[in-house]
Design a protein around this ligand. Structure first.
Ligand code: NAP
Length: 247
């Protein structure tokens, strides 16, 4: 048996871990940071919570006889990605990296590019009054110094997060989202600008299509840099690579 640790938190990680766990010769442990209250889970062994940095991850992998590591975390989980890289090297085991492709800016779209949430807040300040903030609750404090801006905030989990914002309405829902519903949301709430991370993937791209159709600009928070090394961009390609290289 080849024992795999899959760092998850994405739909593709769930699909990959569940698929590999069903394949002969693989024993899979799926790892979550534990931020989401009711995460989607694969049918395999699970663990939750941080490892305690690089050293903690190395110890976990040694203690649990992990043969190979898969980083299938979200494109913005930069710290975990860096820890995975360092820990796999220290433990002397292979690392497989999955990264879903980023969204490209359509030729007729109007995107402002931001490197961080703070940059995004700077772009909004003085330009827009009604904002759809779909970039998650993690960095929401970056928008707290905009008391004259009204925010529609969407997140998977209910949370006190948006309460740092002076004016907001909070909705909780989980993708996939469709174009008709996203268009209605932007129109009904009279949204002037959409703030999004460049997460990529089909589940949440309808908001971009809706914004484009309505002529609403987008503040796109660009991805953190990707570490050197091979990156697999589809579940089937990383599944094939793992089976070919580790069998
Ligand atoms: P991060 O900033 O890169 O990681 C912070 C710390 O959280 C890591 O150092 C690690 O703690 C722990 N951690 C992260 N992912 C983990 C995992 N899969 N299993 C165990 N521990 C994990 O990560 P993040 O951006 O907060 O994301 C946390 C989780 O949410 C990830 O699983 C990610 O895939 C998912 N997610 C993130 C976003 C986003 O926009 N960032 C969006 C959707 C889903 P230790 O140092 O203690 O090991």
């Amino acid at each position: 048996m080849t024992k795999m640790l899959v760092l998850g938190g994405t739909a593709e990680a769930v699909e990959f871990a569940g698929g590999l766990a069903g394949a002969r010769g693989f024993d899979v442990v799926y790892s979550l940071a534990g931020r989401t209250r009711m995460p989607t889970l694969p049918d395999c062994a699970l663990r939750r919570g941080g490892f305690g940095g690089v050293e903690g991850l190395v110890s976990y992998m040694r203690d649990n006889d992990i043969d190979a590591l898969v980083d299938a975390t979200h494109p913005f989980a930069a710290q975990m990605a860096a820890h995975a890289c360092d820990a796999a090297a220290l433990a002397g085991i292979p690392l497989f990296k999955f990264l879903r492709p980023a969204w490209d800016e359509p030729a007729d779209a109007s995107w402002f590019h931001a490197a961080t949430s703070s940059d995004a807040a700077g772009i909004i300040n003085g330009r827009f009054g009604r904002v759809f903030l779909s970039s998650g609750l993690g960095d929401i404090a970056a928008f707290a110094h905009l008391p004259n801006v009204w925010f529609l905030v969407r997140s998977i989990d209910p949370s006190n997060g948006p309460s740092v914002l002076a004016q907001h309405h909070h909705i909780t829902s989980r993708g996939p989202f469709d174009l008709a519903a996203e268009t209605a949301l932007l129109r009904d709430w009279q949204i002037e600008v959409l703030v999004s991370k460049n997460s990529g993937g089909d589940a949440t791209r309808a908001k971009l299509d809706a914004a484009l159709a309505l002529g609403i600009p987008v503040v796109m928070i660009d991805r953190p840099p990707v570490l050197p090394g091979t990156v697999y961009t589809s579940v089937s390609s990383i599944m094939d690579a793992v089976k070919i290289i580790l069998r």
